[in-house]
Design a protein around this ligand. Structure first.
Ligand code: HSE
Length: 409
C-alpha cells in the first residue's frame, strides 16, 4: 500500500539541499518536506526561514511526520536522532555511512523491533543503486567478490593529480568546493569513508557484520609523485579500491590504493565517478558505475529510498540471518612499497620479493606481504607508500601450511 509521506528532514547541506530541489522539481512523488532541522540558523539559505527549526523535537514529536530523512554529518548526533525516530515508529532514510557502519547490528535490530523501514542507498557510492541490488537481485547467485571505487573525492584527486600539474592540497580544495568531500576531508583521503562503505557492502553482499576498524585501511595521502610515475611507466593507474573477496569460506576485506591496468573496469573511471564490480559464481563480473558524490547524484539516491518507503520497502537482511561466513584477517597480498628513506625498506618483511629498486630520490620493492606487516606499516609514522596489485588475495592459513611444507622438504 502507498503511504502519503510527510518528511522531517535533518540537514540542509549539499545532499539535503539537493534533495529539497529534486523533490520540488519532480512532481513524481506524493511526498513533502514538513520541517527541516538545522544546526546553524545564522547561515544564509535559499528558502524561507519558516521551513527551519533548530529543535529536533519539532520533527521527532510531530505525529504527522512519518519519515525522517537524516542527512547530517555528525554521526553521534545522527545516532540519537535515528534511534529516537525508530522509538516513535517513524521510518528512516539515511546517507550517513559512518553512523551505519559503526552501529550496523544495533540499528538493524532496533528498526526490526519497532517495525519501521531503515534504508540508506545514498550512503554507499552516491547515485549507484548497489545496496538494493545486493539485497534483492543477488539473492541466489553466490557472490565471490565485491570491489571498486567507493569514494568520489579521492578518485577526483587521483584523476587530477595525474592529468594536471596541480598540488594535492589544491585539488582537495576543489573537491571540497564541489561538495564532494566530507566536512572533515581526512575521512576521505585517509580511506575511512571507503572503509565505512565497504563495511556496509560486506553486510549486504555476504551477510557478514564486521567492525569497520577491522578492515585494513590505507588512504592516498602517502602517495608520491614517483609512485604515479611508476604507474605511468607501466601503463597503470592508481585507484583507491574497497575490496571484499570470498576466500574459501571466509570473507576478506581491505581498502587501499591499487594499480589497475587498461583491462580493469576502474581504469577509465575518473573524477567523482564511482564503480562497483560484483562477481558472482554464474553471472561472472557485473559493473555498476555512476556519480559517487555531489548534491544531485546523492540526492537522487535519497529520493529513490523515499519512494521505496512509500511502498513500505524494508531490507530483509536475509543473508545476515542465514550467514555462515566469518571475516578473516589472516591474508597476504602483492604490494608495491616505496619510500624516500631507502633504509626504511630494509625493516619491512616480505614473504617473497619480485622486484627491487634503489634510487636517489625513491626506492621500492614489489612482493608478497602479510596483512600483519601491512598493518605495521599503516600504524608507523614512516614516509612509506603502499599500493596493492589486483592479484588474488592469499589466505594466510593456506599460505603458512605451504611454507611449512617447503621447509619440511
Ligand atoms: N565524501 C564522499 C565521497 C561523499 O567523496 O565519496 C559521498 O559519500
Amino acid at each position: 500500500m502507498r503511504e502519503n509521506l510527510k518528511i522531517g528532514l535533518f540537514g540542509f547541506g549539499c545532499v539535503g539541499g539537493g534533495l529539497y530541489e529534486i523533490l520540488n522539481k519532480s512532481n513524481l512523488l506524493d511526498a513533502s518536506i514538513k520541517k527541516i532541522c538545522i544546526k546553524d540558523p545564522s547561515k544564509d539559505r535559499s528558502i524561507d526561514s519558516s521551513n527551519f527549526t533548530t529543535n529536533k523535537a519539532d520533527l521527532l514529536e510531530d505525529d504527522e511526520i512519518n519519515l525522517i530523512v537524516e542527512l547530517i554529518d555528525d554521526a553521534d548526533a545522527a545516532y540519537e536522532i535515528v534511534v529516537e525516530a525508530f522509538k516513535k515508529g517513524k521510518n528512516v532514510v539515511s546517507a550517513n555511512k559512518k553512523l551505519i557502519a559503526n552501529h550496523f547490528a544495533e540499528l538493524k535490530e532496533l528498526s526490526e523491533e519497532y517495525g519501521v523501514s531503515f534504508i540508506y542507498e545514498a550512503a554507499v557510492c552516491g547515485s549507484i543503486p548497489i545496496l538494493r541490488n545486493l539485497e534483492e537481485y543477488y539473492n541466489n547467485d553466490a557472490i565471490s567478490a565485491v570491489y571498486g571505487i567507493c569514494n568520489g573525492t579521492t578518485n577526483y584527486i587521483l584523476t587530477r593529480l595525474v592529468n594536471e600539474n596541480k598540488s594535492f592540497d589544491e585539488v582537495l580544495k576543489n573537491a571540497q568546493e564541489l561538495g564532494f568531500a566530507e566536512s572533515d576531508p581526512t575521512l576521505d583521503i585517509e580511506g575511512f569513508d571507503s572503509q565505512f562503505k565497504l563495511q556496509i557492502l560486506i553486510a549486504h553482499a555476504f551477510g557478514v557484520i564486521v567492525k569497520p576498524e577491522d578492515i585494513l585501511r590505507f588512504g592516498i595521502t602517502k602517495i608520491q609523485e614517483s609512485d604515479i610515475k611508476f604507474a605511468k611507466e607501466k601503463g597503470l593507474r592508481i585507484r583507491l579500491l574497497s575490496r571484499a573477496e570470498k576466500v574459501d569460506d571466509t570473507i576478506t576485506g581491505l581498502v587501499a590504493p591499487h594499480f589497475v591496468d587498461e583491462e580493469d573496469a576502474t581504469y577509465g573511471v575518473n573524477n567523482e565517478f564511482n564503480a562497483v564490480t560484483v562477481k558472482g559464481l554464474f553471472a561472472d563480473k557485473q559493473l555498476f558505475q555512476g556519480k559517487g558524490a555531489g548534491s544531485y547524484p546523492t540526492g537522487s539516491a535519497v529520493l529513490s529510498d523515499v519512494s521505496a518507503v512509500r511502498y513500505n520497502y524494508k531490507y530483509e537482511w536475509r543473508k545476515i540471518k542465514e550467514n555462515s561466513l566469518n571475516f578473516n584477517n589472516d591474508f597476504a597480498v602483492k604490494a608495491y612499497i616505496s619510500t624516500t628513506e631507502f633504509l626504511a625498506l630494509d625493516g619491512i618483511e616480505f614473504l617473497s620479493v619480485e622486484e627491487s629498486f634503489i634510487g636517489l630520490d625513491n626506492s621500492y620493492k614489489v612482493g608478497l606481504i602479510t596483512r600483519e606487516e601491512l598493518l605495521r606499516i599503516a600504524e608507523s609514522k614512516a614516509n612509506v607508500s603502499v599500493v596493492l596489485f589486483q592479484d588474488p588475495i592469499h589466505d594466510g592459513t593456506a599460505l603458512n601450511q605451504k611454507l611449512i611444507n617447503i621447509q619440511k622438504n
